[in-house]
Write a protein that binds this ligand. Structure first.
Ligand SMILES: [Zn+2]
Ligand SMILES: [Zn+2]
Length: 228
């Protein structure tokens, strides 16, 4: 099986991440993954990118973590793909796959959209959206928001959330017939647990991962650090 990390941050672009992109890529190579998707906090989230710059410049800076990860991945043979984690309100986060820098440049201020409108816009151009850790609880999260008619999938295994929160996410996906995805939500490289989305082929582009998920040809797994 080929392992993919679907939820990963870089210190260049996510203010809360502690590991530079190149080190994260090296780390996943050692863990035995085939690829990872860089999903830094979007321009409406906990980003290193200032909010008062022109849109083009904000996008340019947002790409930095991904670009560095991709360059390192090309050097050492780890497949690096691009996505982001769109934030809405306090604590509602949506992993967005399948769009690129050109899409961002063509949609100025899309970070200010209501999550429902963002999903409609992104879907119109073929994006795949998974609700990250939908039942996460934390001091700064005022309310749990669910948008079952707007997302494609639910992140039912998040390696940094509790089993209770993941179980509720799993039931949520079952109740609405939503697809299940997983992610480590990695901010620091080493973690006690990791998630892996597994495919039986090596994806040449993120579109191939999305197509496999849509076809139900993926499995999601949770691993302890001593199991990889
Ligand atoms: Zn973060
Ligand atoms: Zn995250």
């Amino acid at each position: 099986m080929f392992k993919y990390e679907m939820h990963c941050h870089t210190a260049e672009t996510s203010a809360c991440a502690r590991v530079p992109a190149a080190d994260m890529v090296d780390f996943y190579k050692r863990l035995g993954y085939t690829g990872l998707v860089i999903t830094d906090h979007f321009l409406n989230g906990n980003t290193t990118v200032p909010r008062d710059l022109p849109w083009r410049e904000r996008v340019e800076r947002f790409m930095e973590g991904y670009r560095k990860a991709k360059a390192r991945g090309d050097e050492i043979g780890l497949d690096v793909f691009f996505g982001w984690e769109f934030s809405f309100g306090a604590g509602s986060d949506f992993l967005t796959y399948g769009l690129d820098e050109n899409w961002l440049l063509a949609h100025p201020d899309c970070d200010k959209l209501h999550i429902n409108d963002f999903c409609d816009l992104a879907h119109a151009d073929g994006a795949y959206v998974s609700h990250a850790h939908p039942f996460r609880e934390a001091g700064y999260i005022d309310i749990i928001r669910l948008t079952p008619r707007k997302v494609d999938a639910v992140e039912t295994i998040n390696a940094n959330r509790t089993d209770f929160e993941n179980r509720l996410a799993d039931q949520y996906a079952d109740n609405y017939g939503l697809t299940k995805t997983c992610g480590s939500d990695n901010h620091a490289a080493f973690q006690p647990r990791y998630a892996a989305l597994e495919l039986d082929f090596r994806a040449g582009a993120i579109r191939e991962i999305i197509d496999a998920i849509r076809a139900g040809k993926h499995t999601i797994k949770l691993y302890g650090s001593d199991e990889l």
